[in-house]
Write a protein that binds this ligand. Structure first.
Ligand SMILES: [Zn+2]
Ligand SMILES: [Zn+2]
Length: 78
């Protein structure tokens, strides 16, 4: 687990499930509504597609907008 990521999660009150298992998800993405949902956001519980999801964080792009992610990546380069 990336240390900067852990700290970010703590700051934003996000629980990172270390043993979250892949589940079959029915239905469409709740963000774009056009693609099949593949993930569930650990923060808001929305079912979202891969394009609207930060796989490495387990958080959807509504909870963590792309702009904020870019800013965060800049501050915490991997
Ligand atoms: Zn989507
Ligand atoms: Zn979310």
């Amino acid at each position: 687990m990336n240390k900067a990521l852990e700290e970010w999660a703590k700051e934003h009150d996000v629980k990172i499930e270390k043993d979250s298992k892949e589940e079959e998800i029915d239905g469409m993405c709740e963000i774009c509504g056009i693609r099949e949902a593949k993930h569930v956001c650990i923060k808001c519980g929305r079912k979202v597609c891969s394009a609207d999801f930060w796989t490495m964080l387990g958080i959807c792009k509504l909870c963590l907008p792309e702009a904020e992610m870019k800013k965060w990546r800049k501050e915490h380069p991997f």
